[in-house]
Design a protein. Structure first.
Length: 119
């Protein structure tokens, strides 16, 4: 960090810019990505893939727990039971909200981190 523009990652996307606090803020706003890449944490790019696979496996495991273990549900087939459960879950999902209206009401400001969390 004693060198100007010291690179914090192998790709060079993350570095300490030279300048005053305003130049740092400009760098954060304009150059740094909104979603952190795995390399900033010292991880390989495959870590994103591994995380996505783990999320998918967790989702599929949850779906499998919805499957009945026995066939005593009033003579319904596993597909019929799964379809009923799916409809039940879909009916509980709230309507999508207007992202454009939300971003206007709560714009991304680096000094107000809750707006970023809400988006």
């Amino acid at each position: 960090m004693l060198e100007d523009s010291h690179k914090l990652s192998p790709s060079g996307k993350y570095y300490a810019p030279v300048g005053d606090i305003e130049e740092y803020m400009d760098y954060i706003r304009e150059v740094m990505p909104m979603n952190d890449m795995t390399e900033i944490f010292g991880l390989h790019d495959n870590a994103d893939i591994t995380a996505a696979i783990n999320d998918t496996n967790a989702l599929l495991d949850t779906v499998l727990t919805l499957m009945p273990r026995s066939t005593g549900a009033a003579g319904k087939s596993p597909d019929e039971i799964l379809q009923e459960k799916s409809k039940e879950l879909l009916s509980k999902i709230p309507e999508a909200f207007d992202l454009l209206a939300a971003s206007k009401k709560h714009p991304i400001k680096y000094n107000e981190s809750m707006n970023t969390v809400l988006q």
